[in-house]
Design a protein around this ligand. Structure first.
Ligand code: ZN
Ligand code: ZN
Length: 428
């Protein structure tokens, strides 16, 4: 059995409260030891001195574009980008073609991932058939096939009665409901956050309230049904306040923030640069501050990328015409370090939670821990290393990022899945 010994890293395991210099021994695909001065004859050794050794990071919100849009991304290329970003598990949203609204598509994604993906892939099923917002999808059979949550991300369920039914089903099946909270009537036609900047640029606005009313509705429905409700890509001040309120009442409500909503405000958009167009849009500086505060005070317990690849032929058009979304797997850890840790808001262990125990808890996944007996999924990163992101070297098939050319302090160094290195940084 292959052995791997990670020497002298700062080992952080939020689940057990561990944070100290230690060695980690992996045998086969299982962690078998965490401690001082471990030795294992014949083991491959990795010097983790000066590096953080953490449980494998989980990104619970990505778009892999397969099946249906393989020109933008495939399960294989998306997984490679994930590995290069330090992620060992990713959860693709169901808006492929066909939509992942039944067990056949769920099984197809899992089979393709087993053959082609270097990371673990846990698919998210649709809430409604075709994500059309009307009839329930085959939720029970998708769960049996391996779906870990349900969502109509990108095409939010507008009918409150349908969402209520979905939450009742989800509760019965023990699945969380992840909603892209947006009232499409309020946001219709918008391209960027509604405010001073949209007026200045002459672009149509997506008001913060289009998110807020959907979050409010879903919190009330979660209270009514007892379902677990997770807010995808939270971005507005009032949404953060409402999630905090719901959690203070003990409701099973959680939220994720994306790196771009933590790092960027609408005033930072280079005029008409389509690489800064996404849904929800980059909001005001006050909203960004609320999201950062929500992470720091525990209201938001997950960072997820909403990695949304689009080929240049579609993305490089006028701001009003191009599709919404940015890629984010390779820059997420660096952006989190910059906006949360180096800014002094939280420590490294808490940041690790946002990528590990946070998403594992929301999804009920047996991942995100680093202790004897656990899956040998490990993320090794350097909180200090300076590096510059060059999107032309990305493993993703797409290039739509707002962070091209940005120099970061800290980033991933190596990624281990099932006891094997699947990616290592070129540290020259
Ligand atoms: Zn979304
Ligand atoms: Zn999404």
């Amino acid at each position: 059995m292959a052995k791997l010994l990670l020497k002298n890293g700062r080992v952080i395991d939020p689940a057990s409260g561990l944070d100290r210099i230690a060695d980690v021994l992996i045998e086969g695909s299982v962690v078998t030891g965490v401690g001082s001065n471990l030795e294992a004859p014949g083991a491959e050794r990795f010097d983790a001195g000066g590096l953080v050794v953490a449980p494998g990071f989980i990104d619970m919100h990505v778009h892999l574009r397969e099946p249906g849009f393989e020109h933008a991304e495939t399960i294989e290329t998306g997984a490679r980008a994930a590995a290069a970003g330090g992620f060992t598990s990713i959860c693709p949203m169901p808006n492929s073609a066909p939509v992942n609204d039944n067990a056949t598509v769920t099984s197809y994604i899992i089979e393709r991932a087993e053959r082609f993906a270097c990371v673990n892939v846990f698919p998210i099923g649709a809430i409604t058939k075709g994500s059309a917002g009307e009839e329930m999808a085959a939720i029970g059979s998708m769960k049996n096939a391996g779906a870990v949550a349900i969502s109509d991300d990108g095409r939010p369920v507008m009918n409150a009665r349908v969402m209520r039914r979905a939450m009742e089903f989800a509760r019965a099946f023990g699945l969380p409901v992840i909603d892209h909270c947006e009232d499409l009537h309020l946001s219709a036609g918008g391209d960027m956050h509604e405010g001073f900047e949209s007026v200045r640029l002459g672009l149509r606005g997506i008001p913060g309230v289009s998110e807020d009313v959907a979050v409010a509705r879903d919190i009330l429905l979660a209270e009514l049904t007892g379902a677990r409700f997770h807010v995808a890509h939270i971005s507005s001040r009032n949404s953060v306040a409402m999630v905090a309120f719901a959690r203070s009442r003990g409701l099973p409500v959680s939220a994720e923030a994306t790196p771009h909503h933590l790092a960027l405000a609408d005033s930072m958009i280079p005029p008409y640069d389509s690489n800064f167009k996404m849904r929800p849009p980059l909001r005001s500086a006050a909203d960004v501050e609320s999201v950062r505060r929500g992470v720091a005070d525990g209201t938001i317990e997950v960072v997820a990328t909403d990695h949304a690849p689009h080929p240049g032929s579609e993305k490089m058009q006028e701001f009003e015409k191009c599709p919404f979304g940015v890629i984010g797997l390779e820059t997420a850890l660096a952006v989190a370090l910059e906006t949360l840790v180096h800014s002094g808001r939280i420590g490294v262990p808490r940041m690790v939670e946002l990528f590990t125990t946070g998403p594992a808890r929301v999804l009920g996944l047996d991942r995100g821990r680093l202790a004897p007996g656990c899956h040998a999924d490990v993320t090794i990163f350097d909180p200090e290393r300076n590096w510059t992101y060059d999107v032309n070297r990305s493993f993703s098939k797409s290039r739509n990022t707002p962070f091209d050319g940005r120099t970061f302090r800290g980033g991933p160094v190596a990624t281990i899945v099932n006891g094997r290195f699947i990616w290592r940084a070129d540290r020259t």
